[in-house]
Design a protein around this ligand. Sequence first.
Ligand code: HGA
Length: 607
Amino acid sequence: MCGIIGIIGKDQVADRLVDGLKRMEYRGYDSAGVCTVEGGQLIRRRAEGKLGNLVKELGGNPAPGTLGIAHTRWATHGAPTTSNAHPHATGEVALVHNGIIENFKPLREGLQARGRRFESETDTEVVAHLVSEQVEAGLSPQDAIKAVLPQLRGAFALAIAFRQHPDLLIGARLGSPLVVGYGEGETYLGSDALALAPLTQKIAYLEEGDWVIISREGAQIFDSENNPVTREITTSGVSAATIEKGNYRHYMQKEIFEQPVVVAQTLSSYIRPLEQTVALPQMDFDLSAIDRITIVACGTSYYAGMVAKYWFETFARIPVDIDVASEFRYRDPVLQPGGLALFISQSGETADTLAALRHCKAQGQTIAVVVNVPTSSMAREADLLLPTHAGPEIGVASTKAFTCQLAVLAALAAHLALCKGKLSAEEEREIVRHLIEAPAALNAALAHDEDISAMAHLVAPARDVLYLGRGPDYPLALEGALKLKEISYIHAEGYASGEMKHGPIALIDEAVPVVVLAPSGPLFEKTVSNMQEVRARGGKVVLISDAEGLAEAGEGCLATIEMPKVHPLIAPLVYAVPVQLLAYHVAVAKGTDVDQPRNLAKSVTVE
Ligand code: HGA
């Protein structure tokens, strides 16, 4: 959320700053702004709404200068208006911020008592005034930062420009990500390597509490105690080309269709297809000693964790607790020694999940992470890093990251089962054989895109939609409902199909479509019975099943969606496709903004 970028360069920066914002727009699109320094002036341009509005503003009102900062906002404090847009500035200082300054109220009151006037409702503006106060008192930018950072509580990534210093920018991070990029006679700050992809591949990741002075010659990094430190400069593998939309209408659509390839890519790191065995990265702890797993995640990643709970318990017979990160971290969870705490996050920066990870680490749990960004904070703080290889996910509604997470988690479950002696070599080979079938099965599921597109108009007018599933398909029902809510703004709920009769069935009438996920297999009959209970009350069912399941139970449904017949192990991966496509086509039918749905943003770096 909130993308920030800073450039101190040889040439004009405004266009390149806006270009960087374009690559981070998935992080927030409430407003955008830039500020350059030129001729002893801070030149600031801001606009409410999508980035296009800022581009228009700059068209009529350019911002010259070879040094500048820029921001795309997902509002936490204050409405998405131009006056709340970043950069926030005083006469001397301009800055952009990702995070929340939790003690902004007392700081603001103190500043107001000292005569400072505020122009926004944001928490961020206090930082601009605090730094400005120090600069106006005659301190250098470095000393001003040293004086201000210890006063801030909460989370921040900051990029700060100074009116009288066209030769430097200052960055700082605590809780929110910030990277330094090294160019030829140019240096950059950015929320992530993706923002800087066309500018440089040479990236240093700041650590918690670090702050940095960047100049055209390079960067000086300091830790939270103000000691000079070096942070490794790595070569980022992210190229600008990997974040193009190609021939697709939306990023989300492209990412749905990438799934066979990226799931295969991910699996190739976790299985040996010839030997038909699972292969996890080296780890310096004994996995066989793990006797309890705690899974923590948010949103779609949480649903991947819910599927994994079934696998860990079924295959490895290890008890699993699972919780959403925002609840877990504040409920004082009981963590037994010898436990594995497993965190799942696309970005690896999700603030709630990261805080939960640090809590578990402090309690002596072994930390494993499934993340899509191997340079992220979670990846760097884990004992066991299990990367997904989904490539950059730009669509705000997660799709390919989810199926890649499932692929990794299935391999982890099999490996744990082996370590625990619960799986024979033959059973391992069987699991691997099914996993190898997943990419082709995903392709077969995608072949039904047109059918789903053709029936989307049946769901689009609904005000409410229910999704039902049983066993590992229950989390899929939750994921289907989440996808629909996120991008089509239709109220949707996922339920365990057996739970309907305990209350939600009261909602059933002919205006509420009920999407039933029922692959043929051990749970099919039970789910279909629950479906019949819905239909007996006038409910309109969209049944998603394989040919066999549809032949048995498809008659009289509002619509059916056929999936390939697959082994129950990979059914959650395959059944992700129709729920993603259904949400996508309903959103297209409704004309909503698929890639940038209202109120949402990706990489949730605030609590
Ligand atoms: N609190 C600041 C920045 C918000 C943010 O980082 N969101 O992800 C604001 O509301 O402008």
